[in-house]
Design a protein. Structure first.
Length: 277
């Protein structure tokens, strides 16, 4: 059964820029996702396993398994998972407008992230940057967000585990955090983290819990100090006219496997008009 956002969730999303969804995935779903990641975790940066690509931004933020929805049914199910798909439809909005011209939503990036000891990602995003791709808007009683993320924990994330760090309500801030430049994402083997920023909140999750947030919310992570690894998966949703964040495209094999509704979310621009048609 597809869950609908409650009035309280809508209020808190508007107020803080995020909500928590407890037990978004069942234990069986978490186990199935982790089985796949166990097979992919040694993928090197820049290498492929099927249609899944090893990637990072050059810093010490761990390994991103880009295009994770290509890896099998457990991750395909996340495209329109009943725990959050109606939240995305509500918060992206646009029904009855041009935003729905090609489809109800669009996923411009999807990846699993594996992060070990000493790794983190610095603070980034935030309303003062003025990026239209991830902006937050509420008008005439409706949400119109350009990008909303679902971040799901695939193992327990507590103190020392390198949890996601957010600055609540920063999606509406007009002034950049004074500590932003000091803690922002670093390049070329450097590491930065965000847990010591004034006003920040480190989010602790149980396996299967999800953090749903508008991308204009200032966010990053704490540095992992514990042994072992942190595992999360992130799907970024926006309106149908959006385009891919990275130079990846869904494979024909994936598109053929998906339902019509999923296909419209993954590749809303599937039909291309040319003179010879």
């Amino acid at each position: 059964m597809k869950k609908k956002p409650s009035q309280l969730e809508k209020y808190l999303f508007d107020l803080n820029g995020y909500i928590l969804i407890k037990k978004a995935l069942q234990k069986k779903e978490v186990k199935e996702c982790n089985k796949i990641i166990d097979k992919l975790k040694n993928l090197k940066n820049g290498k492929w396993n099927g249609y899944v690509h090893g990637h990072n931004y050059g810093g010490k933020e761990g390994l991103n398994l880009q295009q994770i929805y290509e890896s099998g049914k457990p991750f395909e199910k996340l495209i329109d998972h009943p725990s959050w798909i109606n939240h995305m439809l509500q918060f992206i909005g646009g029904k009855g407008t041009f935003d729905h011209l090609h489809g109800p939503l669009f996923i411009d990036e999807n990846f699993a992230n594996i992060r070990g000891p000493g790794e983190a990602i610095g603070i980034h995003s935030g309303n003062p940057e003025g990026i239209q791709r991830n902006h937050y808007r509420y008008q005439d009683g409706k949400f119109h967000c350009s990008q909303v993320n679902i971040l799901i924990a695939l193992n327990d994330i507590g103190p020392g585990d390198g949890g996601t760090v957010i600055i609540p309500a920063s999606h509406k801030s007009n002034i950049q955090h004074p500590e932003y430049k000091k803690n922002k994402m670093k390049k070329k083997g450097q590491v930065s983290s965000a847990e010591k920023m004034i006003g920040s909140l480190e989010v602790h999750l149980k396996a299967g819990d999800a953090l749903l947030f508008v991308d204009s919310l200032c966010h990053g992570s704490a540095k992992r100090t514990n042994k072992g690894e942190r595992r999360i998966v992130v799907y970024r949703y926006g309106p149908s006219w959006g385009f891919f964040r990275h130079p990846y495209r869904p494979s024909k094999k994936l598109l053929n496997r998906l339902s019509d509704f999923q296909r419209k979310i993954v590749m809303p621009h599937e039909k291309i008009l040319t003179p010879d048609q």
